[in-house]
Ligand binder design. Sequence first.
Ligand code: E4P
Length: 154
Amino acid sequence: MSPITVAVAADNAGVALKKLIAEQLEGDVRVAEVLDYGVHDDSDDRAYPRLGLAAAEAVARGDADRAVLICGTGIGMCISANKVDGVRATVAHDSYSAERSIKSNDCQVLTMGSRVIGPELAKRLVDEWLGYSFDPSSASAAKVAYITDYEHQS
Ligand SMILES: O=C[C@H](O)[C@H](O)COP(=O)(O)O
């Protein structure tokens, strides 16, 4: 896989973890570019959908290949990102879910909760997650296509 562009975003609950994840991504040879949609410090109290939607829209436009979004639980970021057409987002705080989010579901967006997961595990999951790719010839592809078809109907 050639190096990819990864968007990151967080609300003020997740900004410290986002900074660690962004630094790790910037040092990863599998990542060509990190696009940071904010917030940049915890004095910025913009609500999570504003940040998460901006990053997810970047994925939908093709400006980013994937995104990592952080809030307190990961839940609000996940709900927000999934509202953007063509975007599949999941909360994952364990290795197996992070893996299957790519291999089964072709999720472009991983969300995590800074109040749920510790920084070292979060960094490890992102490292693993970068190593997975979706196989469009797999049996999972038709299942994901069902979701895309549904989106296109509405
Ligand atoms: O899902 C939402 C996030 O956890 C957010 O960081 C905190 O939201 P709240 O302030 O509404 O609890």
